[in-house]
Write a protein that binds this ligand. Structure first.
Ligand code: NAP
Length: 280
């Protein structure tokens, strides 16, 4: 890490910020994901920095992705970026989880992880044991907030009940124009309980740019032309207009990172939101 810290302006005019769960923490409505980075780490680190320069303060990684070192390199010299990582289900036993967290701290080069998420549920390990370890990490100041990922509504409730003195601040699930599962109960529950819903694969892993979704893309472009925005920006804006949703598109280059960050700088009208809702 460099010794001269550059303070990043947390607020950027073109970005929208939302509260993380019930906390006072504000995270950008558009974050950046890092799954499948590692192809060209220098270019990808540049993409992360370009996003941060445009107000993105949420960077998502996981021990499983093998990208924590890229996040470290990208954020060297930056303050105030909220780093979210995940522990793998194979490490949900108490001692394994503590070890996994220490290893992530080391790879990220930080003293504290902002958001530590259980990557997938693991029904073979009691959630109480896992959450006890998570709460110990909070107490020790190694993690600031606890989140889950890929938990069903009932698993989320069970996970919440297993915590003694903390609350789950976020649930990370797949959500995009093409994948609408969260709309069947989870989204409403998160809104009611003020749990941030972190939408992963918000561009359907790039599928919306494939030939077979040409018609969808043209409709998104049609709407985007009214705002001078692209199809991907409309797809992302449609997601973040929903509460309590933030989206974490992965961008492997500066151009995509900037385009995605700028998806927060406009508001789709109610009529256009309804139209996009009806696309599936
Ligand atoms: N919790 C979980 O289990 C889980 C699972 C999957 C993903 N995630 C998280 O969510 C993040 C995002 O999901 P994802 O990576 O699956 O898919 P995604 O963000 O929906 O899509 C990424 C794909 O879209 C392309 N892309 C990005 N911005 C673009 C733009 N403006 N124009 C055209 N193409 C664009 C990317 O290409 P380039 O790479 O060339 O930019 C990449 O091929 C992951 O990186 C990860 O952090 C979490």
């Amino acid at each position: 890490m460099s010794t001269t810290k550059k303070k990043i302006a947390r607020w950027n005019d073109g970005m929208e910020y939302k509260r993380l769960g019930k906390t006072r923490e504000k995270i950008s409505a558009i974050g950046i994901g890092t799954w499948k980075m590692g192809v060209e780490p220098k270019r990808e680190a540049e993409a992360i920095r370009a996003a941060v320069e445009r107000g993105v303060n949420l960077v998502d990684t996981a021990e499983m992705y093998g990208t924590e070192h890229i996040v470290r390199e990208a954020l060297d010299g930056y303050d105030n970026v909220f780093v979210a990582t995940k522990v793998s289900p194979s490490h949900f036993r108490h001692d394994d989880l503590i070890r996994a967290c220490n290893a992530s701290l080391e790879r990220l080069g930080v003293r504290e992880i902002d958001l530590y998420q259980l990557h997938w549920p693991n029904n073979s390990i009691p959630i109480k044991e896992t959450m006890q370890a998570m709460e110990e990490l909070v107490k020790q100041g190694k993690i600031r907030h606890i989140g889950v990922s890929n938990f069903s509504l009932s698993e989320l409730k069970e996970a919440q009940a297993a915590l003694k003195s903390n609350e789950i601040v976020s649930e990370q699930v797949e959500y995009s124009i093409l994948v609408r599962e969260p709309e069947h109960g989870l989204l409403d529950y998160c809104k009611k309980e003020r749990i941030t819903l972190i939408a992963y694969s918000p561009l359907a892993r790039g599928a919306i740019f494939e030939k077979k979704y040409n018609a969808l893309q043209m409709r998104l472009e049609g709407i985007g032309s009214k705002y001078k925005k692209s199809a991907s920006q409309v797809a992302l804006n449609w997601l973040i207009r929903k509460e309590p949703v933030v989206a974490i598109p992965k961008a492997g280059n500066v151009e995509h990172a900037i385009e995605n960050a700028e998806a927060a700088s406009f508001r789709l009208s109610e009529q256009d939101l309804k139209e996009v809702n009806g696309f599936l």
